[in-house]
Design a protein around this ligand. Structure first.
Ligand SMILES: CC(C)(COP(=O)(O)OP(=O)(O)OC[C@H]1O[C@@H](n2cnc3c(N)ncnc32)[C@H](O)[C@@H]1OP(=O)(O)O)[C@@H](O)C(=O)NCCC(=O)NCCS
Length: 132
């Protein structure tokens, strides 16, 4: 929750984290300190990335790339052939990260986010992409 509240303008509530307790999740550890997490839902051959964040003091150092790479490989092993996510259209760091792994924009959810209001881009990675 501490990382979440520092990483997002509209952080998840504790209840939102509890609701994803059964999801597939991976964390990023730096000298045994938790500095990031990736929370994913997988249903049959489709997965979605529900949340991913790196502690702001450790952003832009490659940890997000490492965490996402690991999570995507694990999701593939678990049978995911398509992986979806939503992202604020102004979130350049996240867009850079996802495009590195071959995620493509499939659609827009108008005014999907609050505080501040913003559209979401819906992105998808498909098994045919060989970057993972
Ligand atoms: C998105 C996030 C997880 C990326 O993690 P990270 O550890 O900072 O990412 P990396 O250091 O691995 O960098 C990934 C790419 O994003 C780019 N990037 C990272 N921070 C950036 C910034 N502030 N501005 C522009 N680009 C940035 C990097 O250049 C890198 O691309 P490159 O390897 O081609 O240079 C992290 O910024 C974060 O937690 N943001 C807040 C929460 C969030 O927005 N989560 C995503 C919700 S959809």
């Amino acid at each position: 929750m501490e990382i979440e509240s520092r990483a997002f303008p509209d952080p998840w509530s504790p209840q939102a984290f509890r609701l994803t307790r059964s999801y597939a999740s991976w964390v990023c550890l730096l000298d045994e300190l938790l500095i990031g997490y990736c929370i994913c839902l997988i249903v049959e051959d489709e997965a979605s990335i529900a949340n991913i964040a790196i502690e702001p003091a450790h952003q832009n150092k490659g940890y997000g790339t490492g965490l996402l790479q690991y999570s995507l490989v694990e999701l593939k092993i678990m049978g995911a052939r398509r992986i979806y996510l939503d992202v604020r259209r102004s979130n350049i760091a996240a867009l850079m990260l996802y495009s590195k792994f071959g995620f493509r924009t499939m659609g827009i959810r108008k005014n999907y986010y609050n505080a501040p209001p913003e559209d979401a881009l819906v992105m998808c990675w498909e098994e045919t992409d060989e970057r993972i």
